[in-house]
Design a protein around this ligand. Structure first.
Ligand code: FA5
Length: 348
């Protein structure tokens, strides 16, 4: 054996040792570059072949090839081992314990006013009413004129108004939607049955039961044979659905410019069942809404013939409903956005 073959053998033995000791793919690659690279010991040894006798060269050359093949094979084997180990390690690191409890996600909920609105909508949708919506910034003629409240009419004082200019205002009630829908409706297709919930504005001083902005829901049923009995039946059904099946309902005469006759609707107190308590101010009754048979002037203003069509309208304060239903004694709590208050009304 030539000294070159000895060197190759030593290189192989040391190389295999180094390869097997290598701890990661980077180190292994460094070893490969060192062993087999252009400036590595293998190249250097092969250069030495020039000094060999011609007849010795083939044997040394073939030995060198075997050493290189051997090293390459060992490198490849180790590479596969290290890659497998790397994947094993990664899998162990990223192991997922599916039995661990999840991180709870805080979900929001609809505001209590929204919840009451949705409940009311569901009740009236069930009776064939459709839900419509109008404009918070409204024309003066829809808010007043078309509702039989001409300029300088004392009834305007009933609703202190935020004016934008002479003709435009923040709507003070949801009744403008009555006039708008009456104008739009095609009565050849059947009666108009609508509700319209929304935000309204009044120059009222904020206190426990008044807010300068609050929510109302308007309702209207106009057709060919709609009577006061329909008004009573519809509102009795809706109030019993909302406040309990055994509520008594009372209709008292009242005044609204856009209805004639007009009524104020009371329900027997759900807290004391009518015997008198602080919720009903000892009267046994709670006032819940205003209503009446739509005034012929309102129909005329919308181009609807009052001799053929008629019906009823009602308007209720959603905030006051929410206060009654949940025993809330200050309306301002709805608008302060204190999450401790709001969370109490989280739906299941
Ligand atoms: C009206 O606004 C009439 N448009 C309702 C109506 C419609 C009657 C159709 C007849 C036919 P009123 O001004 O009474 O009516 O207001 C209706 C309800 O809104 C009241 O019963 C009350 O619950 C609520 N409300 C009135 N002012 C305030 C306020 N400042 N803050 C909170 N709620 C209020």
């Amino acid at each position: 054996m030539t000294s070159l073959q000895d060197k190759l053998l030593a290189l192989k033995q040391q190389g295999i040792k180094d390869i097997e000791k290598s701890a990661d793919l980077k180190e292994l690659n460094d070893i490969r570059v060192h062993l087999l690279g252009k400036k590595g010991p293998m190249t250097e040894i092969l250069h030495g072949m020039r000094d060999l006798a011609k007849e010795e060269r083939p044997a040394v050359g073939s030995f060198a090839n075997k050493v290189r093949d051997n090293l390459t094979e060992t490198l490849e084997q180790r590479k596969q081992e290290l890659e497998a180990a790397k994947i094993e390690h990664q899998l162990a690191q990223e192991a997922l314990d599916v039995t661990l409890p999840g991180t709870p996600v805080r979900s929001g909920a609809h505001h209590v006013i929204m919840q009451i609105t949705e409940t009311l909508e569901a009740i009236f949708l069930g009776m064939g009413f459709q839900v419509v919506s109008g404009y918070e910034v409204e024309e003066e003629k829809y808010n007043f004129e078309k509702l039989n409240i001409p300029k300088n009419h004392p009834a305007r004082d009933m609703q202190d108004t935020f004016y934008i200019n002479n003709d435009i205002l923040m709507r003070t009630h949801m009744s403008p939607d009555e006039a708008r829908e009456l104008e739009k409706h095609d009565f050849s297709q059947g009666p108009l049955k609508m509700i319209s919930p929304g935000r309204v504005y009044r120059r009222d001083t904020d206190d426990a039961t008044h807010s300068h902005q609050f929510f109302q829901m308007e309702g209207q049923y106009i057709g060919k044979h709609v009577t006061m009995a329909d008004l009573k039946g519809t509102l009795t059904f809706a109030m019993r659905k909302l406040f309990g099946a055994d509520r008594e309902i009372r209709f008292r005469p009242s005044y609204f410019p856009f209805t004639e006759p007009s009524v104020e609707v009371d329900i027997s107190c759900f807290n004391c069942d009518g015997s008198g308590c602080e919720v009903c101010k000892q009267s046994g009754w709670i006032e819940v809404l205003g209503a009446g048979m739509t005034h012929p002037n309102v129909l005329k203003a919308a181009g609807v013939d009052p001799d053929v069509y008629g019906g009823f309208a009602f308007g209720l304060g959603i905030d006051r409903f929410a206060m009654l239903k949940y025993g809330i004694n200050d309306i301002r709590q709805f608008y302060q956005n204190d999450v401790r208050f709001l969370r109490q009304f989280k739906q299941a």
